[in-house]
Design a protein around this ligand. Structure first.
Ligand code: FEO
Length: 407
């Protein structure tokens, strides 16, 4: 198909694919996304960095053709760099190599080489040069430096730095799931992009937070952090100003939180809901921000996004069959998977519930939250419908939770 390449620097082009219609990825909601691949022209060699997802090969081919036309060169790709093996960036890697140059040099991390074979079962006939931090290649007046980045977000993840230009091809790290007609951060409000990046980080990278802290420290110690003028991830907009996203990654990875409390609840006959609203009023009375989620309407992915930079949560569920109402269970499962403990943040929690007789939701939620690294500072277990005295107690418990994060 006919598709334009986007020049991001002299001799460097975005040649990826726009996925306008996907609404879920890795199980969480997205407003579409992009699979970013990049062509880098050296004086001696041309390099394709990363690839695209299923049904997107026509876009990649069209943009590669356009990039070579813009450079006034015949199509010839000499080097393939694969920063990560997951299928959204590798579905057509083998096809692309065979189509453009079966004798090309291929570079990837050792785990990436292994994972490609495990996923496609047809890479064993290709020689993949396995690289790590400190390895580099000269493509003629330009140098590609490889930087291992395990668990950002897979064990095979790698960054590639185009040294002379200061462009970091970071694959999933620093990415956002957005699908827009323009390619750069400057084309959209930065707060919007940072929110999408936060959703990406919270749901996919949180577990790798200790590795992120080590990687940022390594980049600082080696001085490479100062060489990065642009970050070109594999999803979403390109950061022509990397400072905001690097600062946010540093904060998210080290548990820096706001004076903000995420209130999460479900309800059967509105009793637990009354408690949720009253607790929120108490929190707000102390000048602390509240984000409210009702699990009948909202998804766990958005809840996880806001918990990432909240100093506390208030979690409510009716008791049903001696356990928390089931929709809360789905959210708790996500919380367990994401595991905020690695960020080093200390998050307080208030648990509340409406029960008919025996109860059970509060104890189950307390056990699960403590296992997930939260400090449960208070509970409120109410029989059926809260009266005015109980609502006043809920208000005060909300206010106390707010005060606890300001101390
Ligand atoms: Fe781990 Fe965007 O793939």
């Amino acid at each position: 198909m006919k598709a334009n390449a986007c020049k991001i620097a002299d001799g460097v082009y975005w040649v990826g694919a726009i996925d306008w219609n996907s609404r879920t990825f890795h199980g969480y909601g997205i407003p579409g996304t992009t699979y970013n691949a990049y062509l880098v022209f050296g004086e001696e060699k041309t390099v394709l960095i990363d690839n695209v997802y299923k049904n997107m090969i026509d876009q990649l081919d069209g943009r590669i053709e356009d990039a070579f036309a813009k450079e006034g060169k015949d199509i010839q790709i000499d080097v393939f760099v694969q920063n990560h093996s997951e299928m959204d960036h590798s579905t057509y890697l083998k096809d692309t190599i065979l189509k453009y140059n079966p004798d090309a040099e291929i570079y990837a991390s050792p785990n990436c080489a292994k994972f490609l074979e495990s996923q496609y079962h047809n890479f064993s006939d290709l020689e993949i040069n396995q690289v790590k931090t400190g390895d580099e290649i000269d493509i003629g007046g330009r140098t590609l430096k490889f930087i291992s980045a395990p668990m950002l977000h897979w064990p095979d993840s790698m960054f590639t730095l185009l040294a002379e230009d200061g462009i970091l091809f970071s694959n999933d790290a620093f990415g956002q799931h957005v699908a827009h007609s323009e390619r750069f951060d400057s084309d959209y409000p930065v707060d919007y992009l940072l929110r999408e990046a936060q959703k990406y980080y919270a749901n996919l990278v949180t577990l790798g937070s200790p590795m992120l802290r080590m990687k940022l420290q390594e980049l600082t110690d080696t001085g490479l952090i100062n060489d990065i003028k642009m970050i070109a991830p594999c999803h979403g907009q390109i950061w022509t100003n990397p400072a905001p996203i690097v600062e946010k990654y540093s904060e998210w990875g080290s548990g820096v939180c706001k004076d903000k409390i995420t209130v999460i609840y479900d309800t059967m006959h509105h009793s637990t809901e009354k408690l949720a609203f009253q607790i929120a009023e108490g929190i707000m009375s102390e000048g602390v921000e509240v984000v409210m989620y009702f699990m009948q309407n909202d998804g766990p992915d958005d809840v996880i996004t806001d918990i990432l930079d909240s100093k506390a949560i208030a979690l409510g569920a009716p008791t049903m069959m001696n356990k928390p109402f089931p929709r809360i269970g789905n959210m708790m499962y996500w919380l367990d998977c994401v595991n905020f403990k690695g960020t080093g943040s200390e998050k307080n929690a208030l648990i509340f519930s409406s029960k008919g007789w025996g109860g059970g939701a509060v104890k189950k939620l307390q056990d699960d939250l403590e296992a997930a690294g939260f400090t449960v500072t208070d509970t409120l277990d109410v029989v059926f419908v809260p009266d005015e005295d109980v609502l006043a107690e809920a208000f005060e418990k909300g206010a106390e939770l707010a005060r606890s994060i300001k101390e």
